[in-house]
Design a protein around this ligand. Structure first.
Ligand code: PSU
Ligand code: MN
Length: 315
């Protein structure tokens, strides 16, 4: 059976794609493993509303009952949010097995990119991408997101990489993989809860139209994805030094409890949520919504570029 035979695209998303309308993919590990219930459900619904408000159709992607579900909403979205960490976290290597098992899974950035590409969606909004974990020189823990960006032609809008990661090494691997890192209205690569990481982006663009041109060219050259870094809004950012201490505490906790591999990112996010008294979650939700807005603008610009030009009539 071909992978495409496992695709279940909602009627709304299918129609939008057929008509060349802008569509924005949204991931679901952030729903199942990134946030507690019910804030995860609320976030997922709000993000969809943001996408609609900016003229695109949202397509939340997950694996539901052994199918690639594109455009998860209503009761299915509720089920996914309530299942939370009891659902699987589907990374690249898990996908085929979960399909065969008929399982339910949140899809990571890597897997959501794969499914978006299969469905023909070119733009995707998330919170922060996975990256190179601190201490990776010992653990080798490098997210599959970085490899996926190098090969799958989907533009990913994120708020940078979480400072639970080693940002310098994450940027190095992105460079090795040939992934363009574009700043949207910024020269600085953002650090998720903070607007700056201390590192620069490769190229800055101030308009969604210009970014759409980069995305189209990158696709045309068969060069894989584009990473668009969009800093958290000023008013929602957490103070870098305050969050840094909490991150160190969370990482020490993970080491003490022996948490590693795919459980590590969810563990750290949850610990930081507890240690900041929920402030990290409020910021996380704000930055995802902000990314959904920028992704929608890029999707709208891409659709306008692809639309056939009206025929010029002679007088
Ligand atoms: N960023 C968030 N919350 C998340 C994630 C990223 O704010 O839950 C998820 C994404 O789905 C990302 C995954 O792809 O964590 C990375 O996991 P890992 O580090 O195991 O590759
Ligand atoms: Mn990992």
């Amino acid at each position: 059976m071909s992978a495409k035979a496992y695709l279940s695209i909602s009627a709304e998303v299918k129609q939008a794609l057929a008509a060349g309308k802008p569509v924005v993919a949204l991931e679901s590990t952030i729903i199942t493993h990134g946030m507690p219930y019910p804030q995860n459900l609320e976030m997922a619904k709000n993000v969809e509303a943001v996408v609609r408000k900016h003229g695109a159709v949202p397509a939340t992607i997950a694996i539901m009952d052994g199918r690639f579900a594109v455009g998860v909403s209503g009761e299915d979205l509720e089920r996914l949010a309530m299942e939370g960490g009891k659902a699987a976290k589907a990374s690249r290597r898990d996908v085929a097995s979960i399909l065969v098992q008929g399982g339910l899974a949140g899809t990571t950035v890597a897997t959501t990119m794969q499914i978006a590409a299969l469905a023909g969606i070119k733009v995707f909004a998330t919170g922060g991408i996975g990256g190179v974990h601190r201490g990776a020189e010992d653990t080798f823990d490098i997210s599959a997101d970085l490899e996926e960006l190098s090969r799958t032609p989907v533009a990913v809008v994120c708020a940078g990489a979480k400072s639970i990661l080693d940002i310098a090494k994450t940027l190095e691997v992105l460079e090795t993989n040939g992934v363009p890192v574009i700043g949207y209205q910024t020269n600085d690569f953002p650090a998720f809860w903070a607007r700056q990481s201390g590192y620069k982006v490769d190229h800055r663009f101030d308009s969604a139209e210009d970014i759409a041109k980069v995305v189209a060219l990158q696709g045309d050259m068969g060069m894989g994805g584009v990473l668009i870094a969009n800093p958290i809004p000023e008013g929602d950012a957490l103070e870098a030094s305050a969050i840094e201490a909490r991150i160190a505490e969370a990482i020490a906790g993970a080491e003490k409890e022996g948490v590693s591999r795919k459980a590590l990112t969810p563990f750290l996010l949850n610990r930081i949520f507890e240690l900041t008294g929920g402030k990290s979650l409020v910021a996380n939700i704000a930055l995802v919504e902000n990314n959904a807005m920028v992704a929608s603008k890029i999707a709208v610009a891409l659709a306008a570029m692809a639309a056939p030009k009206p025929a010029v009539r002679r007088a």
